[in-house]
Design a protein around this ligand. Structure first.
Ligand code: GRF
Length: 208
């Protein structure tokens, strides 16, 4: 028998709240904030930053997103700021240029609910010390003709969890770390918001 749809019987779907972790300029965090600004199910609820002078702080404040400034000792050896994350009702953690290794306590508290973006095609050019300019320098020095981005789940090792999405771009003769970084940033800004959206809403494994 068919039941008529009664709006009152539909459970109210709670918004899923993201914490964006960033250490630097925050262009990816800004794209995520913009993408989810009017989203019916997903909300960028908090920006978590470890550097008081980072550009991401101004970007968050301009968009009206609260910022949590964290200290190294409490994050890495203390409670990883779990009380604040719980108080803010955070469901997912999205790393967007966050330079500290994520402590086990945080991985355990957000199982399968933490994503990172890396500016190369993992498993190559990842791991400790492989961030920002260092990645692009290494790719160019190795004579690669292709690089790209990797979006992956976070575990307790650097750049290690399951890959959700990769997209590729050329490395041109004469590329510098800066020109390659700009091309990679273009890919990141294009893909990170919709890939995060799909993962958070439960549809992973998209590929370019
Ligand atoms: C991005 O290239 C990202 O892949 C890496 O850090 C960079 C952050 O850039 N994890 P921005 O601060 O978002 O501009």
């Amino acid at each position: 028998m068919n039941h008529p749809i009664n709006a009152k019987e539909q459970p109210e779907k709670r918004q899923l709240r993201l914490a964006l972790f960033a250490s630097g300029n925050g262009s990816n965090a800004a794209k995520l904030i913009e993408h989810f600004a009017d989203h019916p199910r997903i909300n960028c609820a908090l920006v978590v930053c470890n550097k008081p002078q980072a550009g991401v702080i101004q970007r968050a404040e301009a968009a009206g997103v609260p910022v949590l400034l964290i200290s190294r000792e409490r994050f890495l050896q203390g409670d990883a700021y779990l009380p604040e994350l719980r108080a803010a009702g955070i469901d997912w953690i999205i790393l967007a240029g966050f330079l500290w290794k994520v402590p086990q306590a945080l991985v355990t508290a957000f199982p399968g609910r933490m994503l990172n973006i890396h500016p190369a095609l993992l498993p190559n050019y990842g791991g400790k010390g492989m961030y920002g300019r260092h990645v692009h320098e290494a790719v160019i020095a190795a004579g690669e003709t292709e690089s790209g981005i990797t979006i992956h789940f976070v575990d307790e090792h650097y750049d290690h969890g399951d890959v959700v999405f990769q997209a590729r771009c050329v490395v041109l003769p004469g590329d510098t770390p800066e020109t390659l970084a700009a091309r990679i940033h273009g890919l990141e800004h294009l893909h990170y918001p919709p890939v995060v959206e799909a993962a958070v809403l439960g549809h992973t494994n998209a590929n370019a």
